[in-house]
Design a protein around this ligand. Sequence first.
Ligand code: ADP
Length: 609
Amino acid sequence: MNNIGYLLLNGYALLILSILCLIFFLKKRLKKMEDQTYAKILVLSLITLIIGLILGIVVSNNNVPVIIQILFNKFYLAGLSVIITYFTFYTYIISSKNNDLEEKYNKINKGVFVFLITVLLIIILIPAQFSQKNMMIEGVSVYLAYGIISILYLLITYFILKNIINIKNKKYIPIILLVLEGIVSVIIQLIYPEVNYLINPSIVVNCLVMYFTVENPDVKVIEQLNIAKDQAEKANHAKTDFLSTMSHEIRTPLNAIVGFSESLKEEDLPESALDEVNDIITASKTLLDTVNGILDISKIEANKIEIINSNYDFHKIFNELVVLSKARLGEDRPIEFRYELASDTPKYLYGDYARVKQVILNFLTNAIKYTNEGYIDFRVRNITSNGICRLIITIEDSGIGIKKESIDKLFDKFERLENENSTIEGTGLGLAITKKLVELMNGKIIVQSIYGKGSQFMVIIDQKVVNVKENKEVEKSLEQEKITNDLSNKKILIVDDNMMNLKVAARLLKQYNLQIEEADSGFKCLDLINGGSSYDLILMDDMMPKMNGKETFKKLKENPSFNIPVVILTANAISGMKEQYLAEGFNDYLAKPIEKPELNRVIKKYLDK
Ligand code: ADP
């Protein structure tokens, strides 16, 4: 053996391994079985390399007693056996499909430990002689050690072959390399017994390859994070599916309740019955608000809520809010409702009017809910410059107020303050949604409250001002929402398996004086169209037994001459559904319960020509 070459090569190998150990142990690691085993391989390799280096010095120095030379040789051989044992263990772990392996870790580890002690005893206790020719030991203990190492190699090969399907998995690269190295080093040893200085560097190469392929803690943490992310996404998916089904189940009967009650109001009813009808409407609208709240929060959590900007009449919104609040407040409560819209507030603004209205209405509703007597003050001021109108909206009440320490919790979802067990209805979602919406509109909320005295909520939102020139056009476009033509010659087909829904839709459409036909299934709709019936518009429910709306629509489109606009009508109002339906090719989307302005928009767009 060229001693200087041996020392240099092994010295480098030791240096590289020390750096690798330093990097590995300084990083945050996972505590999984394979990571812990790799850590052991690293430490054992380092110890074996140091022993190997001392051995190189000891055997080349004639002054060192033979017994010491034999002892270091044995230690070195023992070190190699231990490393190969842990490599075998590592291969077993990564090739095992056994999911409960982690739980058995301690037991398996003990087994490995007992095996190692046996091997070490064999190597240390069974005698060996020092061969001056090869400068290494020979004898029974060496042959036994090589025998054990060979068996371990066979085991590694067996574990790899057993899972040959996973062979593409990069976890196997270092193991296959190790087997190849083993075979090559046995061949070299057989031909040139004195060349043994390649073993240590090859161990280091292996540790390095393992580190860069699979055992880099950063990569492992990312892998683990990806798994956790996948699981969370799956759970979220399940939640969305559940919400979608639930919203459908609740909104379908609600559709019927709201629709029928609204049309009952138009009948000639006795005073007491009218009161009850109004109560039904209020109750079902509250329920609808709750369902919508849950849908909104799920949209917000999925980052799917959109701000849809358009020109709108802010003064009209203000008036609507006043009317709504007055109606909600009723006349019997000892509360004075005061309101003021600063006269210099621009009439036409550009923004998401529906969300602006939702935010303000939520504060007003809370003020109404949490005030027993005194006043509610609704005020809108503005600072307008450079085409931007900063709306400063304050809602003040002389209600129950909020404790200082509770203010932070106010905007958390499902958080209701000490009135949790009181009779005031609520889900604790309103302010969580409101806060997110205001954030999405780049606005701000300021809360001031004195417990027992009252609260003041201030919302600040910037909206673009529609300039004077455009004002006329906006006025015209808002005006245009009114139906101007006579629609009595227009024919519409409603497809829905639920009789009640058919009736509600027909009632809602009554005011347009259209010709209405109904089909209670997708099959019936196909029969009508294929039979030559012609319509100006089809309103199609999605969730129908046997053939749903989407399937019916696909079948309709198979006929190349089919060109009737089809609007999907669905209680599935979960976020992203609208886009999905439009991508399927539907012309438009109406959510149930059908809202009058939305229906009006659709009728205007497709029939008022
Ligand atoms: P909900 O009203 O459905 O419970 P919100 O998220 O709208 O849920 O409000 C959260 C909590 O904040 C309410 O439960 C209530 O305790 C408190 N709160 C909100 N507005 C007021 C107010 N104007 N006065 C007193 N407490 C209020």
